[in-house]
Design a protein around this ligand. Structure first.
Ligand SMILES: O=C(O)CCC(=O)C(=O)O
Length: 349
């Protein structure tokens, strides 16, 4: 059964969005289908079932358990204080950001080859890896209200995309992702502090300035009226461990609280953009100059912009950039039609 179901209208199920392909040898390239590509662009998201092999998901799960028990301590990440019960230790973190700059395991999953294969098809060929978030979301912990990710991470051109890897089964009880198909066609709604971002240059006449993005209280969240335009179409992304949800950075999405007593809702969430986009973002930290591209890893392809190497040496194209755009000629104009058939234009090639 398709695990995507409309939260409030079970008749709406985006076709073909879920497709399982068995994991193959790591060096094999994972290929999405044409219909997957169409679905992604129509709906603003795509779930690829079983993309990450069980052994790798199990490795992340074990890692979270070691973190939560204090058996692994990562520099700069405060562990749970001593003397807590295992349940109290489990409540210590909702999520931890940017560990790929501190621990090799996180860099490895940011650069997971099968995830990069899909990204190459959706936003590539040149892919830059920007952010990681390890979600623990223990029982009882809060969700996050409607937001659009490009509101937080601007890229120019605007090519940001998220990849949400389920570590535990995710469902409505433990606070799975909820997405609004088609809402990725919306512009990014800015708040008054973000003037200068995306379309706030005045190119869209009636673009509303909002407040309260991500607030779980719908009466406070300024995106509530935008979400209301898609009334009844929200989809709960029920996922199994190893499934990956790829989602456009304009897509309106949210997650509710984990209402279970005992089940964590762990997920490894990464953000990427086309490596030819400028990225004036370093997770809120300082950077030199007007962009921070030099701090983000070139995961696939090549770029004319600066980029970072993987700090822990995870194999990726930054170590051996591939020629993608330079030197590649597009196909002959107008499919090779004779010059005389192209209205009023002399085609010289
Ligand atoms: O996993 C969640 O609960 C929210 C994640 C999210 O909204 C995001 O990654 O942008």
């Amino acid at each position: 059964m398709n695990r995507t179901e409309n939260a409030s209208n079970s008749e709406f199920v985006p076709p073909n969005s879920y497709r399982r392909k068995e994991p193959t040898m790591p060096q094999d390239r994972y290929q999405i289908g044409v219909q997957d590509y169409i679905d992604y662009h129509r709906d603003g998201y795509l779930v690829v079932q079983g993309l990450v092999p069980d052994t790798e998901v199990e490795e992340i799960r074990r890692h979270t358990e070691e973190l939560m028990s204090g058996r692994i301590i990562i520099d700069g990440v405060e562990p749970p204080p001593p003397g807590l019960t295992p349940e109290q230790m489990g409540q210590h973190w909702l999520r931890i950001h940017m560990l790929h700059r501190k621990h090799e395991l996180h860099e490895r999953y940011l650069l997971q080859p099968r995830i990069l294969d899909v990204l190459e098809a959706l936003i590539g060929p040149d892919v830059s890896a920007l952010q990681t978030m390890l979600f623990l979301k223990p029982p009882g912990r809060e969700g996050q209200g409607y937001h659009q990710d490009a509101y937080y991470i601007p890229t120019y051109p605007d090519t940001l995309i998220g990849a949400w890897l389920a570590v535990d089964p995710a469902d409505e009880e433990n606070g799975c992702m909820k997405v609004i198909p088609g809402s990725h066609h919306e512009p990014i709604y800015p708040d008054e502090n973000k003037l200068g971002q995306n379309h706030t240059d005045g190119s869209i006449e009636d673009l509303a300035v909002i407040a309260g993005a991500s607030a779980t209280d719908e009466s406070v969240n300024g995106l509530t009226p935008v979400a209301a335009k898609y009334g009844g179409r929200e989809v709960a992304a029920r996922m199994a461990p190893g499934d990956v949800l790829f989602f456009d950075s304009h897509l309106l999405h949210r997650s509710h609280a984990n209402r279970t007593q005992t089940r964590f809702r762990r997920a490894f969430v990464s953000h990427y953009c086309n490596a030819r986009s400028l990225v004036p973002w370093n997770h809120g930290a300082e950077f030199e100059g007007t962009t921070a591209n030099n701090l983000h890893i070139l995961a696939r392809g090549n770029t004319h912009l600066d980029y970072a190497l993987p700090k822990f040496g995870t194999p990726c194209d930054a170590l051996n950039p591939r020629e993608t755009a330079r030197g590649v000629r597009p196909a002959r104009m107008m499919g090779g039609m004779p010059a005389s058939t192209v209205k009023g234009v002399m085609v010289t090639r």
